[in-house]
Design a protein around this ligand. Sequence first.
Ligand SMILES: [Zn+2]
Length: 106
Amino acid sequence: MAARVKREDTVQVVRGRDKGKRGTVQQVDRREGVALVEGVNIVKKHVRAGQQTARQAGIISMETPIALSKLMPVCPSCDRPVRVGIKALQDGTKSRVCKRCGEMLS
Ligand SMILES: [Zn+2]
């Protein structure tokens, strides 16, 4: 089955704390069912200087993976989160289509 959410997709968070936020998918872990999305699910960590992760003391922000079920791809032509259908093309490859407008999502 083709992936519903792929790397470099623009997705919108439809559930949870970051609901409504959009970002670009950095990484998908299909086995875990999670994705890393730019600007989404950010946790702030207080760090002290000298720790491995930080050269300076302070607060750093980092993205943590979010469940794929909380994400929906944004259709470029609808400009809103949409449900995705899978369409088999004539050459046998599968493509994702927006269920709202029928546009291909690459
Ligand atoms: Zn659409």
